[in-house]
Each structure stands twice: as structure tokens, then as C-alpha cells.
Design a protein around this ligand. Sequence first.
Ligand code: NAD
Length: 476
Amino acid sequence: MQHINMLNEFKLIINGQSCLGEAGELDIINPATATLAARCAKASIAQVDQAVTAAKAAFKGWQRCSHEERKSILHKIADGIEKHAETLAELIVLEQGKPLALAQMEVQGAIGWTRYTAGLDLPVEIIEDSEQKRIERHYQPLGVVASITPWNWPLMIAVWHIMPALRAGNVVINKPSEFTPLATLKLCEIIQQEVPAGVISIVVGDGEVGEALSSHPDVQKVVFTGSTRTGQHIMSGAVKTLKHLTLELGGNDAGIVLPDADLDQIANRIFDMAFLNGGQTCAALKRLYVHESQYDALAQKLADIANAQVVGDGMAAETTFGPVQNKLQYDKVKALIADAIAQGAKALSGNQMLPEQGYFIAPTILTGLDDACRVVQEEQFGPVLPILKYQSIDDAIARANASEFGLGGSIWSQDLKAAQFYAAQLQCGTVWINTHAEVVPHAAFGGWKMSGIGAEFGLEGLLENTIGQTLHINKN
Ligand code: NAD
């Protein structure tokens, strides 16, 4: 950890000031060692109130800033992230566990997303322009936005929430996951250097702090990324004051490999997209349907790739595969694998030596199971991929769609026309052909069914941070 000064205290930011937590401190655990990595300030509910009051006051000035000014500030924030890139990457490894190269990619993604969002323009629609009258549709900022983020991509997801909200003229209070607040605290410190007091605040704590923030009467919008259950809770807390909501929730994405697929071409990419961040990615490929003619061959190829992974501490140069982020999730994934094996599934991989300490699970390829198995039915959110056999493509599509979730899905084939025909039949917000889980700042991303409401990224994502206002101008 060359760039982290552990003597730094990890403090909250409220009303432009860095401050201690009135609720004491949270222990942050390094998942690679299962030992204490840092202590971080924990906010009280009164501090959540203070942050909202400060945000409300700051909104008055921030919404009047010109678009050009806010664009320029976002670019300065991107410069700040760039300047602290190595520190941010090391903090991500320390608290989240992923290999350093992947954490560095997360930081680069944060910079790219910030710059892209800076460049977006809010449209003004001209609905009528006659001699008598002009009617325009404008998009105004909402006010105080509460951003609640999970532990899998802590920096990236905070950027996805905060930057479009600020760009559109809102003020933001972030609550990071209690498991991974460190990089987000650093991000907010960087943002704070460029914006007036109260425009960005960060309060750290568990679900209680999240609930106080997301149900606060003076919060106009909640953007939440996390589990479906918490999303439902937040939605019910938003009812009283009719808050705007963007919910990016769980997923159980299916991939379907058509019989003509070239296995040598796709095996590595399937592995990468199923085990991205150790499988702890909302839109990772979580169920793979393979035609019976190619089933054994593809399963073996994926197992070979899995067995070649070096599982270990994300800071070690040789590591290609990090730990599960926390003990709860580790226990959950272990139990899902054990349940599948008890039901007759075979683990084709996962035998490599693991470090003795830490929450390590080797990437596990499971075969010989059916769709009723829990590891297929539930979102695993960890390093396991069940491979399921099909005979007819229509049956594979029906099984892929037989999920309460609808985040993403993929079709793998050399025949792009056929792939597109089947892609249109998948019930999910994003469908990939010959890839999976790829997201870009200029294409909207959001879930169907229990995977969410609304979308992020691109103009559509920016507009979710605004409210439409129609302007009628009588010319005489
Ligand atoms: P989680 O729902 O347990 O926690 C997410 C955040 O919500 C944390 O900050 C937590 O403290 C907070 N929280 C908990 N209870 C709350 C409450 N009652 N009110 C307000 N806030 C509360 O999710 P997690 O375990 O951190 O993340 C994993 C989940 O996130 C998975 O289901 C994954 O699919 C999902 N996810 C979705 C996307 C997406 O874009 N769709 C992206 C990443 C992760």
C-alpha cells in the first residue's frame, strides 16, 4: 500500500467540513486477510439531518450555476481523481479485495464517466413557436439527491450516482456501503475541493443511516444500487413525499450459447464476464445455458480457465482472482455451492490452493444440475457459475426468462442475425451478443422486473436527475 497514508483519518464530510462521526467508528475489514484495515467515522442520525439541511441551503446557489461552470467543475473533479488515482486504487483493493489492475480499471472508469457526464447537455425542446406563442420544455434539477451505494464497485458506482446529479444542478449526499466506505470518502474529499459547502456530503453507516437519509422529507430523489430487498424498502420510504427514484437492483443474468458458437473464441470472454470482480457484479453472467452438443466441451474449457486462476490478495502481483468482499457473502456463496453439490452437481474446478486467511473461494464451474437448484434460482453474487444443458433454443429462452430478475442477458453465436432474433426475446434491460456485462457511459443501463426502475448513463440517465418543466411564453 504505497500510496495510502493510514494515519489519515477517514472522516465524514458535512457542510463542507470533514468531521468525526457522532455514532463512533466503524471497523473496515480487509477481505484478503479478514483483519482490520482501517477505522472510519460513523454518522449519527442527527448528522444525516445536518447534511440534508446543508444540502438544501447549498442547492439555492448550485442550481443557479451556469451549465458551463458545472461542466468545468466536473472536469476539475476528474483531474482530482486522476491525481489521486493510485491512492484510490489501493483503497479499493484494501476494502473490496479485487486485484490491483482491476481496481485501477475502476478508477479509470470513474475518470471516464466523470468527463463524459461533464460533456452532456440538457436539451430544451421547442414544442411550438408561432407568432403568438412559444412553448418550451426544460429540464430542471430536483434538489437534494440521496445516493446509496453497495460494496462491489464502490468508487465507480458512487461516480455513476454523483456526477449526473451534480451536472444537472442537484446537490448530493452519499451513503457508501458500511463495508467499503474508504475510496468513496476520498472521492468526496476530492469533489469537496471543487464545490461550495453542502453541494456534496458523505455520511457513513449501516442500513439505519441509509434509511434515515433515503426517507428524509427534504430529499427529492434517491438513487440506489444494491439488493432488491433494500430497494423495496427504500421505495416504501419514498412514498410519503413522492420522491423520484432510480433503483439499480439485483440480477440473475442468463447467457445462451447457440449450437453454432465457436467455443475457442468465446470461452475466455464468458469466463471473464461471469467472474468479473469475482462474480460480484450486478450484471455478471450468472447462469449459462449451453446446447447439449457443446455442453461438455465448453464446461471443460471454462473449468480449465478457472483452474488457471491465481487466487489471492489483490495487492500481490501474481493474483488474478481476489476474495469475496465480506464474511456474510462468503458464507452465502459457500452454502449455495454445497447445496448444489448435495443435489448431485459436479464442481469441475475450484481445487487450487487458497490462502489460509481471508474470504477466498476459487472460481467454481458447476455442471449436472437443473434449474430448480438454489444456485440457479438465486442471485449468487460470487465466484460460481452453473452450466445448464438445453436441447431447443426456445426452451433455453423460456428458462432464461423464468426469473424474477431482468437486468441483462446474452446470446453467443457466429450468426449475428440469429443472435439478434433471440436477443429480442430476452426479458431484460440490456442484451449483449458475444459479450456480457459491458457498460459504457453513453448507453442507458437499467433493469426490468425486480432488477430495478429507471436507468443510468447517457442522456436518459442525466434526465433522471431532472424534472420536466413546460414554459409557455405569450408573445403579446
Ligand atoms: P445492500 O442492499 O445490502 O446494500 C446496499 C446499500 O444499501 C448499502 O449502503 C447499505 O448500507 C444500504 N442499506 C441497507 N439497508 C438499508 C435501508 N433499509 N435503507 C436504506 N439503505 C439501506 O446491497 P449490497 O449487498 O451492498 O450489494 C449487493 C447487491 O447489489 C446485489 O444484489 C447486486 O446485484 C446489487 N447491485 C446492483 C447493481 C445494478 O446496477 N443493478 C450494481 C451493483 C450491485
